[in-house]
Design a binder for this molecule. Structure first.
Ligand SMILES: Nc1ncnc2c1ncn2[C@@H]1O[C@H](COP(=O)(O)OP(=O)(O)OP(=O)(O)O)[C@@H](O)[C@H]1O
Ligand SMILES: [Mg+2]
Length: 354
């Protein structure tokens, strides 16, 4: 397992204070968890650096596409193109000519010369999404290009020089692909020099709530509604759930709720069974129900403990049939102490008879 932190390559180190150079400038990689601040800081450094190849690692939906766009936007290359190539979506047989382009007559049907996506990204960034889907022979060509900054169109004699930054992404640990012989180890080590690990949502603490509320505002506004927030128990469930689809799963869920549900607060009944089932199985045994604790915390220590004291006294009085002396004994307080508490908590204004 990779640790949910940003790994840095040989040329880059995070500064020790975790100084968040990026904050405020790129609001769209949201999150206040230390691991996300570290990703933002690293992204800012990479963007400004001359490094030519970057590897983004993260589970599905963690924000690899978002980070790739950020790196481009924050770099001196921002005015030049960002070309996004999904290696899983283009058939292997077409990939080579798509990327490298071809000369006229390079193969049957090549009636005109055509530049590839690498040339189209000149001066900018080429994002190779799901790089492990690239076949081994193309991986070799890519490595040569990374080393020499030159390549040949299919059928060309002369090579072309390019200035492109390559950002590759993967949602699987590439080293196991290397061991299985599906990924070239030389390319792997080359890409690994500057790698960004984007942590899964479940490891980002309260960021799940911050993101949920942002998505509620955005998707609520889109359908003309104001959704005030999450019920305390829902917040608790969001913190416990494992979010296998990460930020995308959260955003899709919130969007669905904004569109389909009528209430102005997200409630447990709005959540799909799979989430509830998983969380039920994992919730720690609690002396106080988790939802009452969560709502207590949201009211603050002072108000919450006073509320609890009021509830205790009210319950003791009920059991004592309203008689203060008996209620005091149930609570192991003196009558005087009980009266004092009731006055303090606003439960009595004058001394009641026993
Ligand atoms: N930290 C974040 N703040 C705000 N939105 C985010 C954040 N991370 C991800 N998102 C949003 O979540 C969605 C999924 O992110 P993205 O497509 O970048 O994930 P991915 O890692 O590329 O996923 P996949 O592996 O499936 O391609 C996008 O709509 C993106 O804008
Ligand atoms: Mg993606």
């Amino acid at each position: 397992m990779l640790a949910p932190i940003t790994r840095v390559g040989a040329k880059f180190t995070l500064n020790d204070e975790g100084h968040d150079e990026a904050k405020g400038v790129y609001g769209d990689l949201l999150g206040e968890h230390e691991s996300i601040k570290a990703v933002r800081a690293l992204v800012a450094r990479i963007a400004q650096s001359p490094v030519r190849q970057v590897l983004l690692y993260g589970e599905t939906g963690t924000g690899k596409g978002l980070v790739a766009r950020l790196i481009h936007r924050l770099s001196p290359r921002a005015a030049r193109p960002l070309i996004d190539v999904n290696c899983a979506a283009i058939p292997a047989t077409l990939m080579e000519s798509e990327l490298f382009g071809h000369e006229r007559g390079a193969f049957t049907g090549a009636q005109f010369a055509k530049p590839g996506l690498i040339e189209a990204a000149q001066g900018g960034t080429l994002f190779l999404d799901e790089i492990r889907e690239m076949d081994l022979q193309l991986q070799a060509k890519l490595l040569t290009l990374l080393d020499t900054h030159e390549f040949r169109r299919l059928g060309a004699i002369k090579s072309t020089r390019v200035d492109v930054r390559f950002i590759a992404s993967t949602n699987r640990i590439l080293l196991s692909e290397v061991k299985a012989g599906r990924f070239r180890d030389d390319l792997y080590w080359r890409l690994q020099v500057v790698a960004v690990n984007i942590p899964p949502l479940r490891d980002r603490g309260d960021d799940v709530l911050l993101l949920a509320e942002t998505f509620l505002r955005e998707h609520g506004a889109r359908v003309g509604r104001t959704i005030r927030g999450l019920e305390p128990r829902v917040a608790e469930i969001f913190r416990l759930y494992s979010w296998p689809g990460n930020v995308r799963e959260l955003e899709n869920l919130i969007e669905r709720i904004a569109i389909l549900e009528r209430e102005d607060v997200v409630q447990v009944k709005h959540l799909p069974d799979r989430i509830l089932r998983e969380v039920e199985g994992r919730a720690p045994p609690a002396t106080l129900a988790a939802d009452s604790l969560a709502s207590a915390i949201s009211r603050g220590f002072h108000d919450a403990t006073e509320d609890f004291q009021r509830a205790l006294i009210a319950e003791a009085l009920k059991r004592a049939g309203g008689r203060h002396g008996r209620a005091a004994r149930l609570l192991r307080l003196s009558r005087h102490a009980l009266r004092h508490q009731m006055l303090k908590l606003g439960l009595a204004t004058v001394q009641a008879a026993d």
